[in-house]
Design a protein around this ligand. Structure first.
Ligand code: UD1
Ligand code: UDP
Length: 362
């Protein structure tokens, strides 16, 4: 009989990561997957679009839990995921990344003594004010199998006293996804034509991190910087719902008038933008790496990053958003540059390594 793996997803980057492993599981005769969507992200362009274009199986459950404070959201997810796991009796639980859905999934499973696999384990910013950092540390210490994407992540776990048998370094599943879809996306994507940037250099920007959006001063600095950049190059900004809300609340929406604002994009549209942009400006974890996968220089608007190898190799420039002119300077300096030829994320076969391990262990 096939073993039952219950996958918990809820937020945009998790759908994208889950697509690689789900595709492998569909070919497996040893494991069947049951997807549970917590509901954390719910707009069609933050959720449904990825199930369609990345061919992810329809979730068996959507718990419809979103918004509220961190405690409210995580607590409600914990309660409902526990109920679901009691009903479904999975042999293992699979969680991704560092969102509230990740922590709730790992905690619910560990209280029920269901072994849990954490994909993208071991990342650390060493900034406990980030909700993601708390989620990562707690998830790693609950989970049975810690699938790390990089040497740095593996070392972080060892330093926290996690035993070597629990750590499996497999590379980054986002590279699997990028490699699989790269050849399926044309560089002359209709989105670039409709935004009139198909034959000219442009900047792709994404901003959504809580420490940037919820601090009006930082949000002002970032959007002032993007306006300055837009005087030199077109700036495409697919607007995350959190950022949209905060710009309105802090009365900063006027700073977006010179930008090419779009709704959140689908994955293929993002690949088209990332691979054609002159520079990517972002505070997203996933987008930093995808810029590198597509050989585009990146400027990261944060105080620290979990993806140190990209900064050390020159693919990424890290700048704390304090001064708009400094950000403009970094963007100008990044254009036309390439970092060192590094391969820290494996060969795009991480999903299969994860499935092989789970097939042996479950
Ligand atoms: C979450 C994750 C973050 C991840 C990001 C990916 C946590 C703590 N944060 O942040 O690590 O980088 O997802 O994008 O789990 N909203 C909508 N429609 C949606 C989704 C969200 O309107 O489809 C609104 C929510 O109602 C809320 C706000 O956006 O008001 C923020 O959503 P939330 O899920 O709390 O956090 P994110 O900022 O998306
Ligand atoms: N992404 C997308 N559409 C967008 C913005 C991002 O498909 O409008 C994808 C992006 O290509 C990457 C993932 O979402 O694969 C990153 O997610 P996000 O930036 O929301 O979260 P983070 O990686 O910071 O947790």
């Amino acid at each position: 009989m096939r073993k039952k793996l219950l996958t918990v997803v809820g937020a945009r980057p998790q759908f994208i990561k889950a697509s690689a492993i789900s595709r492998c599981i569909r070919r497996s005769s040893a494991i069947e997957e049951l997807i549970v969507h917590t509901g954390q992200h719910f707009d069609a362009n933050m959720s449904e679009v990825f199930f369609g274009e990345l061919e992810i199986s329809k979730p068996a459950y959507n718990l419809g839990i979103s918004g509220g404070s961190h405690g409210q959201m995580t607590g409600e997810m914990l309660r409902r995921l526990e109920e679901t796991m009691i009903t479904e009796k999975p042999d293992g639980v699979l969680v991704y990344g560092d969102t509230n859905s990740t922590l709730a999934g790992a905690l619910a499973a560990s209280k029920l003594h269901i072994p849990t696999a954490h994909v993208e384990a071991g990342l650390r910013s060493f900034n406990r004010k980030m909700p993601e950092e708390v989620n990562r540390v707690l998830t790693d210490h609950c989970a049975e199998w810690l699938f790390t994407p990089t040497v740095v992540a593996t070392e972080n776990l060892k330093r926290e006293g996690i035993s070597a048998e629990r750590i499996i370094e497999v590379g980054d599943v986002m590279l699997d996804v990028a490699s699989y879809y790269r050849s399926r996306v044309s560089s002359s994507h209709p989105l670039l034509t409709s935004l009139k940037v198909d034959h000219q250099p442009f900047v792709l920007a994404t901003v959504h991190r809580q420490e940037n959006t919820d601090d009006p001063q930082r949000l002002r600095v970032i959007f002032t910087a993007l306006s300055l950049i837009a005087q030199e190059l077109p700036v495409i900004l697919p607007l995350h719902p959190r950022t949209k809300k905060r710009l309105a609340e802090h009365d900063l929406t006027s700073l977006t008038s010179s930008l090419l604002i779009t709704d959140p994009l689908g994955y293929m549209e993002m690949v088209a933008c990332e691979s054609s942009a002159a520079v990517v400006v972002t505070d997203s974890g996933g987008v930093q790496k995808e810029a590198f996968f597509h050989k585009t220089p990146c400027v990261t608007l944060r105080d620290e990053t979990e993806w140190l190898e990209l900064v050390e190799s020159g693919w990424n420039r890290l700048i704390s958003p304090q001064d708009p002119h400094e950000i403009l300077k970094q963007v100008r300096a990044a254009i036309g540059t390439r970092g060192a030829p590094i391969h820290p994320y494996g060969r795009g076969e991480s999903a299969q390594h994860i499935l092989d391990k789970l097939t042996n262990e479950l």
